[in-house]
Design a protein around this ligand. Structure first.
Ligand code: HEM
Ligand code: HEM
Length: 142
């Protein structure tokens, strides 16, 4: 179960990065070119959210199954950068990033003006993505 979950998490990571990036770029370009919020814009926004939520759910399970997750929390772990990244910084920062993406989705859904929808996506998804990129274990991935 652990190996399967880890592979799944590692694969869905590409999907999250790609789909959230597409949503951000689409929002920024649409804002600059004053384009309307179309059915396609809605899809880009939704696919980014779904990928992030899928990763959140299975990431949480992985955290309690992985030998480098919750089970590895200790004073010694806190003193070493990669173990601390896996057990503390990565999970925390990914949750914050996904919360921001979810807030952006909700704000875009509630906004009435097209520009306001794109702005919510550009900022919330954009900052969420930057936080996610800051705490990927790049030493061991891809
Ligand atoms: C730990 C697990 C999860 C949590 C805490 C969570 C939380 C949330 C929250 C708070 C929203 C509301 C956003 C809003 O205000 O519109 C939301 C929406 C959504 N979530 Fe999740 N989610 C989780 C897992 C999933 C999974 C596994 C999927 C599917 C693969 C998913 C798909 C969606 C979709 C499609 C919406 C948008 C619904 C809409 O159009 O309003 N979520 N989720
Ligand atoms: C935006 C969402 C996320 C992305 C893009 C992401 C990405 C990644 C990547 C690329 C790895 C390295 C995989 C490998 O070494 O093959 C990883 C590992 C890990 N992630 Fe995430 N992650 C996300 C969310 C989460 C969340 C929400 C949690 C838990 C709360 C979590 C817990 C873990 C754990 C425990 C590992 C270490 C697994 C191991 O090596 O045993 N991740 N993540």
């Amino acid at each position: 179960m652990y190996t399967g979950l880890k592979h799944f998490h590692s694969t869905v990571a590409y999907l999250v990065l790609l789909l959230v990036l597409i949503a951000v770029l689409h929002a920024i370009l649409s804002l600059r070119q004053k384009r309307p919020f179309t059915a396609m814009s809605k899809k880009f926004t939704l696919y980014g959210l779904i990928a992030a939520h899928l990763q959140l759910l299975f990431g949480l399970v992985l955290y309690f199954v992985s030998p480098v997750g919750f089970g590895n929390l200790s004073g010694e772990t806190m003193g070493n950068s990669l173990p601390r990244l896996h057990a503390v910084e990565h999970p925390l920062m990914m949750i914050i990033g996904i919360v921001l993406i979810t807030m952006g989705y909700a704000k875009a859904k509630r906004a009435t003006a097209d520009a306001a929808k794109f702005k919510a996506i550009a900022w919330y998804y954009g900052i969420g993505l930057a936080l996610i990129l800051s705490r990927i274990p790049w030493q061991v991935w891809p």
